[in-house]
Design a binder for this molecule. Structure first.
Ligand code: NAD
Length: 486
């Protein structure tokens, strides 16, 4: 499907429509700071219209009461179309978000996998029978919530859009999705592909717009039966409050300050690339970024030397040139990241690599930040506690496994952790002690994650996405009890 990325409307009721007010915004290429596309800007009235269409479609049963196997086929077909257009989608994602092309290709592949995975379960959403004794039949059925609202951040637009939409659709919900205005293009494409695959009009609607307008309307809309929010803690709290006013259940996928714990016995051939990728992928703008390194004191100097070489050797450039690392998303984010580096230095951390704009003149106009290592970070420092959301690794040392566990848990977040060691006892001890939704051992984020339940402890959120557990967010259980006699 040819898509004009120069001007693109909202997707409501199966077609592209302009915002009712005619408002638009520019999506900016962060590699150049120049406009990439002009996108219709949804406001409250457009969210209302999308919700009304989704509601009508849901109540009609055209999707929610479709034979499950038919729903499965349409989701599978959507995955095929994502793969058909993978190259184009990846290039669009790379330009809109700034990420290296190969990372964008992975995101597109993962988006296709979400549609496949949930296609595979759409006809297996079974209830149970509960024994109550003679003369009584009790059974449960799983029913879709209804209209599911999705608020999506800019860092993985197609991947996170698909992560929420695919299980919601498999469950029989109709979806209204609000992508971030920083990077809305591939979420719009996703809806177009689903429609091309044959999803009935009104099943998947996409309304990009500003958080304060479209986002708040979606969160507070009485016609939204369930909400999935992915973004910062601050916005998540606001969204929860708005949703509470209409008793709307929420899934909260929030931020992180995830540690990679490296023991002196770790195999550094796999550890160093693993730790570097965990922080520098997507220029550090990943909720599950391994943004803290906790290294056993005996290995500190060796690890620092190898990491410094890696960071300094990374090639930066526009995402579509497929460098090692692209720019951060915006000028605001660029300033925020450099502010944090300065804060870290003022707090007493040592700048071991990076810390500024790269010297390359060609990159002057974009929002590029060098891969940055801050060593000597202590738990009280802001750079140890707060999510920077940029390519900045905060490094601390520990002397034994209990101190490692204590340091790993010393933030408000609890999304992911990595443990690198050859000693299975240390690995399992820490997997038990660390308070986070996911722990990886001698890898970080392996397997793409589609099948694995994902979500936070503590302020990283609640509810689970991915895997079979995600379906619980979109289904409610009805219990039916029947008394019978001869
Ligand atoms: P953000 O909270 O600023 O925005 C997220 C989304 O919420 C965007 O679509 C935005 O337009 C919308 N929004 C903003 N204000 C709103 C409001 N008042 N009401 C309703 N919606 C509003 O986050 P971001 O900067 O887009 O993304 C970065 C954050 O997202 C980081 O904290 C990151 O850790 C987190 N994140 C978490 C996950 C996860 O799965 N846990 C994944 C990706 C990103």
């Amino acid at each position: 499907m040819a898509v004009n990325v120069e001007r693109i409307g909202l997707i409501v009721g199966g077609t592209q429509v302009p915002a009712k007010s005619g408002a638009t915004f520019e999506s900016i290429d962060p590699s150049s700071g120049k406009p990439l596309a002009v996108v219709s800007q949804a406001q409250a009235e457009d969210v209302d219209a999308a919700d009304a269409v989704a509601r009508e479609t849901f109540e009609s049963g055209r999707w929610s009461r479709l034979k499950p196997v038919e729903r499965a086929r349409l989701l599978w077909k959507t995955a095929e179309l994502i793969r058909r257009d993978a190259d184009d989608l990846a290039r669009t994602e790379s330009r809109d978000n700034g990420k290296p092309l190969r990372q964008a290709r992975t995101d597109v592949e993962v988006a296709a996998r979400y549609f496949e995975f949930y296609a595979g379960v759409a006809d297996k959403l079974m209830g149970s029978t509960i024994p109550l004794g003679p003369g009584l039949l009790d059974y449960t059925v799983k029913e879709p919530f209804g209209v599911s609202g999705h608020i999506v951040p800019w860092n993985y637009p197609i991947q996170i859009g698909a992560r929420g939409a695919a299980p919601a659709l498999a469950a029989g919900c109709c979806v209204v999705m609000k992508p971030s205005s920083e990077a809305p293009l591939t979420a719009l494409r996703l809806a177009q592909l689903a429609i091309e695959a044959g999803l009935p009009a009104g099943v998947l609607n996409v309304v990009p717009g500003r958080g304060a307008e479209a986002g708040e309307r979606l969160a507070s809309h009485p016609g939204v039966d369930q909400l999935t929010f992915t973004g910062s803690v601050e916005t998540g709290i606001r969204v929860m409050k708005l949703a509470a006013d209409h008793v709307c259940p929420v899934v909260m996928e929030l931020g992180g300050k995830s540690p990679n714990v490296v023991f002196a016995d770790a195999n550094l051939d796999i550890t160093i690339p693993g730790v570097a990728n965990a922080i520098f992928q997507n220029a550090g703008q990943t909720c599950s970024a391994g943004s803290r390194l906790l290294v056993e004191a005996g290995a500190h100097d060796k690890v620092m030397q190898l990491l410094t070489d890696t960071a300094r050797g990374m090639r930066l450039g526009p995402g579509v040139e497929d460098p090692d690392m692209g720019p951060v998303i915006s000028k605001t984010q660029f300033d925020k990241v450099l502010d944090y580096v300065e804060t870290g230095r003022r707090e007493g951390a040592r700048l071991a690599a990076g810390g500024g704009r790269p010297p390359d003149e060609r990159l002057r106009e974009g929002y590029f930040v060098e891969p940055t290592l801050l060593d000597g970070v202590r738990p009280g420092m802001r750079v140890h506690q707060e999510e920077i959301f940029g390519p900045v690794l905060a490094i601390s040392s520990f002397t034994d496994v209990d101190e490692a566990a204590e340091l790993a848990n010393r933030t408000d977040y609890g999304l992911l952790a990595g443990v690198w060691t050859r000693d299975v006892n240390k690995a399992l001890y820490l997997a038990d002690r660390i308070k986070s939704g996911q722990v990886y051992v001698n890898t970080y984020g392996a397997g793409g994650g589609v099948e694995l339940p994902f979500g936070g402890y503590k302020k990283s959120g609640f509810g689970r996405e991915k895997g079979l557990e995600a379906l619980n967010s979109y289904l409610q259980t009805k219990n039916v009890c029947v008394k019978f006699s001869a």
